[in-house]
Design a protein around this ligand. Structure first.
Ligand SMILES: CC(C)(COP(=O)(O)OP(=O)(O)OC[C@H]1O[C@@H](n2cnc3c(N)ncnc32)[C@H](O)[C@@H]1OP(=O)(O)O)[C@@H](O)C(=O)NCCC(=O)NCCS
Length: 153
C-alpha cells in the first residue's frame, strides 16, 4: 500500500510481521487465548513504504458492544510503527484512516501509553480524566477518546 493512499486490510500473511513489530503482542489469524487476532478485528490496517513495499506500521481495532442498549465503541487496541519509519507521519495516517472509517462511533484507546501523549492529542483524541483524577494530572487512569463526529445515517 502506498503511504499516501488508503491503508489496506492486513492479511493472514502479515500476522507474523505484526507480532514481530509490536510491544509483545502476538497477532494471530483466528481468535486465540492471549493473542489479538484478525478474526476479532474491526480494522486491521497495514501501511507500506510506497517505494520498496516494506511494511512500516499497523493498527488494530475491535468493536466493543455494550449491554442493555447502551452504545458500544471502537477500541483501538494497538498502533505500532517500526523504529526506522517513525516521525514520518505513519501513525498519524493510520489514526486518520481509522477516524475516517468510523465517524459515527466513539473510539477509545486501550491500555495507551502515557509517554507519547502528543501522538493521541494531535489527531483529535481528547483526554477524559478518571472520576477521581485531580484536574491536570495524568497519573490516574482516564481515557483517550475520539467522540463521534457525525450521527449514524
Ligand atoms: C507512538 C508511535 C506509534 C508513533 O508513530 P510515528 O509514526 O512515529 O508517529 P507520527 O510520525 O505519525 O507522529 C504523529 C504526531 O505525534 C508526534 N509524536 C510521535 N512520536 C512521539 C512521541 N514519542 N512523543 C510525543 N509525540 C510524538 C509527532 O511529532 C507527530 O506530531 P505532528 O503531527 O505535530 O508532527 C511509534 O513511536 C511507536 O510505534 N511506538 C511504540 C509503540 C507505541 O508506543 N504505541 C502506542 C501505544 S499502543
Amino acid at each position: 500500500m502506498k503511504h499516501e493512499d488508503q491503508s489496506p486490510e492486513a492479511h493472514p500473511a502479515d500476522t507474523e510481521w505484526m507480532s514481530n513489530n509490536s510491544e509483545g503482542w502476538t497477532v494471530t489469524v483466528e481468535k486465540q487465548e492471549g493473542a489479538t487476532s484478525l478474526a476479532e478485528a474491526l480494522h486491521a490496517l497495514i501501511t507500506e513504504d510506497p517505494d520498496q513495499g516494506m511494511r512500516m506500521g499497523w493498527l488494530h481495532s475491535s468493536l466493543q458492544r455494550a449491554a442493555g442498549g447502551e452504545p458500544g465503541y471502537v477500541r483501538l487496541y494497538e498502533l505500532h510503527v517500526s523504529p526506522e519509519f517513525r516521525q514520518r507521519g505513519v501513525a498519524r495516517d493510520l489514526v486518520d484512516e481509522l477516524f475516517a472509517r468510523v465517524p459515527d462511533q466513539e473510539i477509545i484507546l486501550s491500555a495507551w501509553d502515557r509517554d507519547p501523549y502528543g501522538v493521541w492529542l494531535k489527531p483529535g483524541f481528547s483526554y477524559v480524566p478518571g472520576p477521581d483524577e485531580m484536574s491536570g494530572s495524568r497519573s490516574s487512569p482516564g481515557d483517550m477518546v475520539r467522540p463521534p463526529v457525525e450521527a449514524a445515517s
